[in-house]
Design a protein around this ligand. Sequence first.
Ligand code: NAI
Length: 266
Amino acid sequence: MKLNISGRTALVTGAASGIGFEAAHQLIGEGVTVVMTDHNADDVTAARERLDSEHDKTGVVAADVTSLADLSRMHRYVSENFGPIDILVNSAGITGATGSFHEIDDADWVHAVEVNLHGPVRLTREFLPDLRSGGWGRIVYLASEDATQPYEDELPYCAAKAGVLAFAKGLSRTYAREGLLVNCVSPAFIETPMTDAMMRGRAEDLGVGFDEAIESFLAEERPFMSLGRRGQPAEVASVIVFLCSDAAGFVNGSNYRVDSGSVGSI
Ligand code: NAI
């Protein structure tokens, strides 16, 4: 399959870690110039050093997706050094507050929505002129299995990610005829620092080891994950890269599940 994206320019958020890092890695492998961003400058710089990439083709910039000032500063850096972007991958995200509904306060709700939903909305608005300028563009949002199969102990995250699906679906209708395609990817239980933290918490709560926490989580909490294991970031990144490519030229407004069957409905 020919992806035909060599020479394109991408901005990848959450690129210091997990799925965002691996998406940046695979895009670079396809000849894409990638600007890696995350909210901690040291982390994202260290992430670039882990990649075998030429520095003039791989930018790094720190920005918090909840800060309009950061995003406009990042936009200036990207424009001055790399020109307009063709591809935006929104991977920055947090689990946010967990627990029963009555244990989660207003500030927790606002924070989860700020990072997971309002962050991608802001980024999209900031970079929309770039993405519309060349007659060809791709936006990919990381939603989650939680968007369509909400879990009662992660409601702020579930609601924010459901918002991402609705936002992306609506947006996909607005600019498609200009060549700007918008899609979501919804993973489940991928082996990244995000789920490592979840499993450390579970191990502590249950008084068991880390591996046992994963096994019991799969058995008790994710019964439809038919492969019976955590996913790898590379297994999500390959779908992201496909959606960023020419090969996905007729894919718009979709939500690709990369969850080994975790979402129980058809
Ligand atoms: P991760 O925790 O490994 O990476 C997320 C990155 O986002 C981190 O580097 C973090 O510094 C960055 N980030 C957090 N808040 C930020 C902010 N305010 N501004 C800028 N950057 C910020 O997480 P992972 O697992 O790679 O997740 C990536 C995306 O995939 C997230 O949106 C997550 O919700 C989604 N996802 C992940 C799943 C999983 O099982 N790992 C399952 C479903 C969805």
